[in-house]
Structure formats: C-alpha cells, structure tokens
Design a binder for this molecule. Structure first.
Ligand SMILES: Cc1cc2nc3c(=O)[nH]c(=O)nc-3n(C[C@H](O)[C@H](O)[C@H](O)COP(=O)(O)OP(=O)(O)OC[C@H]3O[C@@H](n4cnc5c(N)ncnc54)[C@H](O)[C@@H]3O)c2cc1C
Length: 370
C-alpha cells in the first residue's frame, strides 16, 4: 500500500519526485504556489544539459537523468546534442572534471593551446589555454521535459494543486502528518520539501531549517548581426574565476556573465550592471561576439548548500520529512535522477552520502552557506 506523499514545489525537482513516487505506487499531491508549474528557476534557466561535474556521482546522475528523460519523452528529441567546450587558464581548474569524467566513463576530449578553439568560431582569439570538449552535452527542450514528467506523474495518479501555497508542514508527536494550505489540512505520511529557493526556511517552524542560499544569476539574449559568426556549434563555458558562458539560441546567442549574488527567495529583478560584467567577460571568452547586441535579459535563482552538493533524502530531525533541494546550477540536468533517488529513499534506500541530509546535522557538517 503506497504512502500519502505531499510534495511542496512544482518546479522540475518536485515534478520529477512526483513522477518517480507515483510510479512507485505512492499517492502523490503536489502543492504549487504559482498558477503554472515551473514558473521560477525551472522555467527561466539556460537549458544546457551538462554532464561535466566535479564528482563521479554527479556525472553519473547526469547520465542516469538522460536515460530517464528519454523514457519519459519516448525518444531523444528533447536534447539537441551540440556538445560543449569548457575552457580555463590553468589545467588545475579542469583536473577534477577530467578525473570525474574518466571515473564515470564520460567521453571527453582534452585540448591545449591553439587546438582549444578548434571548431568554435566565437572562441577564436580567446585567451584560455586549456580546453575540454564534451560531445554528449547539449541543449534541452525544458518545456517538453516538464510536460513529460507531469504526464507520467498524472498517469500514475498524482494530483497537482495549483495556486496553492503550502503554509505549514504539520506534525503530530514529532512526526509529519500533513500540509496546511489555506484553510485546508491535507493529510500526508511523508512530505517532500522541493521548494527551490524557498526550501531553506520552509520547515524552520518544525525545527528543520535548511542552510541553503539562493544566488541570483543573469541570462542575456544577444542578437548577432552581419560580421558575427553564425550561431552554431557547441556551447562555450569558461570554468575559472571569471565564469561566463554562451550557447546558440535560435538566430542569436544566450549568454551569462556567471554572476552570483545572495538573494531572498523571490522572482529577482534584473540588474543592468550584469550587462557590463558580461561585456568584460565575453571580450575574453568569445571575442567574436564583441559586436552582438543585447535583446533581452533576465535573472533567476540558483539555490546551493555550502558544499554545492544536492540535499536529498530523509531529514533526520523530523520523521516523515524529506528534502529534494539545493539543485544549484544543474537541476534541469540532474532532476530526473535525483527525483529517482528521492523516491527510492522514501522506500528506505540509502542516499549518496555526499548528498544526504545527515550532513546538515553532523558535527562539523553544513552550517554556513558559501
Ligand atoms: C540563470 C540560471 C541558469 C541555469 N541554467 C541551467 C542549465 O543550463 N542547466 C541546468 O541543468 N540547470 C540550470 N539552472 C538550474 C536549474 O534551473 C535549477 O537547479 C532548477 O530549476 C531547480 O528546480 P527546483 O524545482 O528545485 O526549483 P524551482 O524551479 O524554483 O521550483 C520551486 C517551486 O516551489 C514553489 N514553492 C515554493 N514555496 C512554496 C510553497 N510554500 N508552497 C507551494 N509552492 C511553493 C515555487 O513557486 C516554485 O515553483 C539554471 C539556473 C539559473 C538561475
């Protein structure tokens, strides 16, 4: 007999958790404060499917996600396999990524010197001497992915309560027993905190705050005119201190200055200074885009734990409370696999130790947010 599971948050994390939990036979209710699913980070991100991560477990999670989303979508049409070229000044900046890729069996092509920019017209004249090409990276159709996850969840009986903010996770005798939303009390054996930027304070009244920081980041849509190389080919991503990336988007280019500013949970207002920061970083990363014109820019939040690993599984402080949060800058890539791990943990499976919530309460564990 499945359990009654309330999931707070209808972003991609909550959707993936809902799909896996419903498949496993649980009775799932998703609470989403907005009138549409995936209104916040899950609908406003760069849509890059990036396998390259600093630990083998995260690389494997990307590989697992790809297989799961293939199944939910019925084919691979959700992912345009453009490849991605990661660049840095020093080999040490790329070394952990190379090691993790090799351990996880991910195809990567290491490059140095003039070969770094081969096949990437925007990078010609760029200053970085180290490169790593990942042929299997690509651009996601995030709307198709979200629709597929939702359809799977619904087909297995999940219900979605839209425009319904969860006001409180309730407990009886120290154990979770439901979710209060407006005047309604929805009973639940299990509650999953998948509230994205709102996840940190959500369960503080129960004695279970999460040490997470929402960090604002900008995205900028650039129009490329005559004299600028055609937007084609792989994404280009500088991984050192002045992080910055660009990728083709329709007839233009999507770029980010790689900025990070601590924010309250909200829909952030874009800061025009981000455009100056982008111009400086682009001049070094992709001199070929110097003349590109800004069409539109926006900002949204990436939410991190201090160690920048996901936070996943049962919260040891409150029986019945589970977490799927801290998905940072890769929640669209990793969401399907992390949702599977969350669902497995509800049924008693162990969680990857680096992601487990136990590190929240361990002495010397996560206390501050970077
Ligand atoms: C600029 C930028 C670029 C990015 N690019 C990429 C990328 O290229 N590739 C990639 O893989 N990832 C990328 N990401 C990261 C990715 O977008 C996030 O990791 C992912 O969307 C997080 O999903 P989520 O469901 O945890 O959060 P969200 O999408 O924010 O969803 C949380 C939901 O919870 C709801 N909620 C909150 N509180 C309550 C409540 N009390 N009751 C009911 N509902 C509530 C909110 O309304 C929201 O809909 C990017 C992020 C940013 C900011």
């Amino acid at each position: 007999m499945g359990k009654a599971v309330g999931i707070i948050g209808g972003g991609y994390a909550g959707l993936c958790a809902a799909a896996h939990l419903a498949i496993a036979g649980h009775r799932v209710t998703v609470f989403e404060a907005e009138t549409q699913l995936c209104t916040h980070s899950s609908g406003r991100n760069a849509a890059m499917f990036r396998h390259l991560e600093p630990t083998p477990a995260l690389v494997r999670a990307a590989q697992r996600s790809r297989a799961i989303v293939d199944g939910w979508c019925g084919d691979r049409s959700w992912l345009a396999p453009r490849g991605a070229l990661y660049v840095a000044d020093r080999p040490s900046a790329l070394a952990p990524f190379v090691a993790a890729a090799r351990a996880a069996g991910l195809r990567v092509d290491e490059r140095t010197g003039p070969a770094v920019a081969a096949g990437q017209p925007w990078a010609q004249g760029g200053a970085r001497g180290q490169g790593l090409f990942v042929p299997d990276d690509g651009v996601m159709d995030i709307h198709a992915m979200q629709a597929a996850a939702r359809a799977v969840a619904k087909a297995h009986g999940a219900r979605f309560l839209m425009h319904t903010r969860a006001l409180e996770v309730t407990a009886r005798a120290g154990r979770v027993d439901g979710v209060r939303a407006g005047t309604e009390q929805v009973p639940a054996d299990i509650v999953v905190n998948a509230a994205g930027a709102w996840a940190g304070p959500l369960c503080a009244p129960l004695g279970a705050p999460l040490p997470l920081a929402p960090l604002r980041r900008h995205l900028v849509l650039l129009a490329v005119g005559p004299g600028v190389s055609r937007p084609d080919g792989p994404a280009l991503w500088a991984l050192d201190d002045d992080e910055c990336y660009v990728r083709p988007e329709g007839r233009g280019v999507l770029a980010s200055p790689g900025d990070e500013a601590v924010s309250a949970p909200c829909l952030p207002v874009p800061d025009p200074d981000a455009l100056d920061a982008l111009a400086v970083r682009l001049a070094r990363l992709a001199p070929g885009l110097a003349e590109a014109r800004v069409q539109r820019h926006w900002a949204c939040l990436r939410t991190f734990a201090a160690d920048r690993q996901p936070v996943l599984g049962p919260d040891p402080r409150v029986p019945g409370l589970f977490v799927l949060a801290g998905l940072g800058g890769h929640g669209m890539t990793l969401g399907a696999a992390l949702g599977a791990d969350l669902a497995a943990s509800v049924d008693g499976a162990a969680v990857e130790p680096a992601w487990a919530t136990a590190r929240l309460t361990r002495k010397g564990g996560l206390s501050a947010v970077a």
